[in-house]
Design a protein around this ligand. Structure first.
Ligand code: URA
Length: 199
């Protein structure tokens, strides 16, 4: 179970969590979500990498560059969306977070989703997709699909997307990634919850 005394409801941030021994060793800091507390779109990645750990902000390395470009191509701005991760501390050698680490951090993500109450949650890659949909997700096959799932007792739409890093290894996935972000932009626009200045 997550230690909710580490959750600050006012800032929607985690502080001082020590639930994952390996991550306490590997992290320089806890990397919390960034972006408006009332964002229409909430992007969820896997876990911070080296740059994110250094800067204390999600998606500021190479994956972040890909995400920023695709956001712009979809007519969105990074400042208008919320970006967070399933796991808030950098795993050693950038390994995948373990099942225990994902589970330790799960309550924080649920609380952040409840606090932001977005029109759409976007799962960037397999780890967040499987965590949020609570089933096996073949991401390449399901990219662009929106499932409604219960998160923290509320029914929410979750869009499956390939992870931005996957487009660096396999550029043929770039179109799928950009298409998913166009779907997200459309969804937010139609929800009437849009916070985008240009619409
Ligand atoms: N990859 C992720 O999943 N999250 C980040 O914050 C950076 C890279």
């Amino acid at each position: 179970m997550t230690n909710h005394s580490c959750w600050n409801a006012e800032t929607a941030e985690v502080g001082g969590c020590e639930r994952c021994p390996a991550l306490i060793e590997s992290r320089s800091r806890i990397v919390n979500g960034v972006g408006p507390r009332d964002a229409a779109l909430l992007f969820v990645g896997e876990a911070p990498g080296a740059r994110e750990d250094e800067r204390g902000e999600p998606f500021v390395g190479r994956s972040g560059d890909v995400l920023d470009e695709a956001l712009r191509a979809a007519g969105l701005h990074r400042e208008d969306v919320r970006i967070t991760n399933c796991v808030r501390c950098r795993p050693p050698e950038n390994r995948d977070p373990t099942a225990a680490e994902r589970s330790n951090c799960a309550g924080y993500l649920d609380r952040e989703i409840a606090a932001v109450d977005p029109a759409l949650v976007i799962a960037l890659g397999k780890v967040p997709a499987e965590r949020l949909l609570d089933r096996d997700v073949p991401v390449t096959g399901e990219a662009g699909q929106i499932d409604r799932v219960r998160i923290g007792g509320t029914d929410r739409p979750v869009l499956v997307s390939v992870h931005p890093a996957a487009t660096l290894y396999d550029p043929s996935r770039r179109d799928r990634f950009e298409d998913a972000l166009v779907t997200a932009a459309d969804y937010a626009g139609e929800s009437g919850q849009s916070t985008f200045g240009q619409f």
